[in-house]
Write a protein that binds this ligand. Structure first.
Ligand code: 1GP
Length: 258
């Protein structure tokens, strides 16, 4: 059967864009399916996250079951897959970040893994959200930097990240994820975020090493459209509410400036 359906923006992405338009910033909670306290994270996070994203770099064993469980308990929040490899796909999610780790030195991570995953995404009827995934210093000291063979972009070279974002835009990607790595000692700099947004004007997601509401607030003011926290919600789920409030406050302030 020939499927000539043109590429269009799906329901999940439309919803995120609408929230962005109204609130100026998004908050994503990242859940690693291998984590033990997923139930607690979801029960505390479901009222505050704009989306739950599911992924991890080091193997996944029970993704279908975990995703189904999360889906049942969150009702209305979209669940977006953030696959660390081709085993990171399940039909029980609402969408998938269809991503290229653009600055990996191994073509498996730039193009082969997404190519191998594409047919599964089609079979599962998952909404694909095209996204550049960019590994930035200190990512090499984290799991994704090692597994993804990242050609780490130094923090003192913001223009390189911004150029990747522009390249992503020209490739048709509508999102770029600036990643310092889970548990990173320090997050992606304000300067990198600002220049990347200014140069590309695609949606910029920032994650890795964001531990306090103050830092998240600053990242949004610098130009981030979405903030991801993973470690924080695992270690201290009580902080989720403050994190959301800081992100939304910065979002409102950003909207006023436009
Ligand atoms: C990892 O960017 C995410 O892919 C989240 O990082 O665990 O440091 O919040 P943290």
């Amino acid at each position: 059967m020939v499927n000539n359906t043109p590429i269009s923006i799906g329901e999940v992405e439309k919803r995120l864009n609408n929230i962005l338009k109204k609130e100026g910033a998004l908050y994503f909670i990242l859940v690693d399916p291998e984590e033990k306290n997923i139930k607690e994270i979801i029960s505390k996070g479901k009222d505050y996250a704009d989306a739950i994203i599911i992924g991890g770099s080091i193997g996944i064993t029970n993704l279908d079951e975990i995703t189904r469980e999360i889906k049942e308990s969150v009702e209305d929040i979209p669940i977006i897959l953030f696959p660390g490899n081709i085993d990171g796909l399940t039909p029980y999610a609402d969408a998938v970040f269809f991503m290229s780790l653009m600055n990996s030195s191994n073509t498996y991570w730039t193009t082969l893994a997404p190519t191998l995953g594409a047919i599964t995404i089609k079979r599962y009827s998952l909404e694909a959200i095209p996204m550049a995934y960019l590994g930035i210093e200190p990512i090499k000291r984290t799991a994704v930097g090692f597994v993804g063979e990242v050609n780490e972009i130094p923090q003192r070279k913001p223009e390189i990240v911004a150029m990747y974002c522009l390249s992503a835009k020209y490739f048709g990607m509508r999102w770029a994820y600036l990643e310092a790595g889970s548990g990173a000692e320090f997050p992606v700099s304000d300067e990198i975020i600002g220049l990347s947004k200014k140069m590309s004007n695609i949606n910029i997601i920032v994650g890795g090493g964001i531990r306090t509401p103050e830092v998240a607030y600053q990242k949004v003011l610098s130009g981030a459209d979405a903030i991801v926290t993973g470690t924080l919600v695992e270690d201290d789920p009580d902080n989720i509410k403050d994190m959301r409030e800081a992100i939304k406050k910065a979002g409102r302030e950003k909207l006023k400036r436009i």
